[in-house]
Ligand binder design. Structure first.
Ligand code: DX5
Ligand code: ZN
Length: 224
């Protein structure tokens, strides 16, 4: 099932509730929340208080993408604030298995994320325990960057491995997803589509979300 997860990074932070509501009216079914610490990535965003407020503003699941060092220190606070899904970067976790179990122990879905330069093979020992794998299709830190086509092969590999090994994780993609790229990411196997600039950048978030979902669904029908 294809789902659209608008990234609030490109939304108007003074009107988050309204922006999320508009995207939801266009068919978005997950809210993607980018957490940046100024260390793991060269940018700063938000913390648990904003997640707590968002929790009051929408019934959609909150997908918290932690781009932070030492995620174990903050996972309990994000879960407490109302995160439903929490993903951590393979590159930021010294004890990845432990961190993923920590997320699950808080009754959140556990996701693992890989940067564009990180191979899928580095996840081979955790694919049986994750609920989703997030393939970064830009280098994390900023919205509105250009999609990196070489990451498509990793989505295909993840889809093939899931079938061959009998795993059940879902495949999420994040970065540069727009009308021009959504078809190829869906055909490569991505099912949860994060989009920031393409939803909140220009125009009406409702119409933008709806157009992206239409394009994604028609591409999924073309899949063999
Ligand atoms: C980048 C973030 C993304 C970002 C995507 O570090 O993880 O979620 O908001 O933005 P777009 O869709 O504009 O590339
Ligand atoms: Zn993200």
């Amino acid at each position: 099932m294809i789902e659209l997860a608008p990234s609030i990074l490109s939304a108007d932070f003074a009107h988050l509730a309204e922006q999320v509501e508009l995207a939801a009216a266009g068919g978005a079914s997950v809210v993607h929340v980018d957490i940046m610490d100024g260390h793991f990535v060269p940018n700063l965003t938000l913390g648990p208080p904003v997640v707590k407020s968002l929790r009051q503003a929408t019934r959609l699941p909150l997908d918290c993408h932690l781009m932070i060092e030492n995620p174990d220190e903050f996972i309990p606070a994000f879960a407490e604030a109302g995160a439903d899904w929490i993903s951590v970067h393979q590159e930021a976790c010294r004890h990845l298995n432990r961190t993923l179990h920590l997320i699950k122990s808080h009754d959140c879905l556990a996701g693992v994320v890989i940067n564009p330069a990180t191979p899928v093979e580095t996840l081979s020992e955790v694919l049986d325990i994750v609920d989703y794998v997030l393939v970064m299709s830009v280098n994390p830190g900023f919205g509105a960057q250009k999609f990196i086509p070489a990451t498509l092969g990793k989505m295909r590999t993840l889809a093939e491995m899931r079938g061959a090994l009998g795993y059940s994780y879902r495949i999420e993609v994040d970065g540069g997803v727009a009308l021009e790229t959504v078809g190829e990411v869906v055909r490569a196997g991505a099912e949860i589509l994060v989009a920031g600039n393409a939803v909140f950048g220009d125009g009406d978030p409702k119409a933008n979300a709806s157009a992206l979902l239409d394009a994604a669904r028609s591409a999924s029908l073309q899949k063999v």
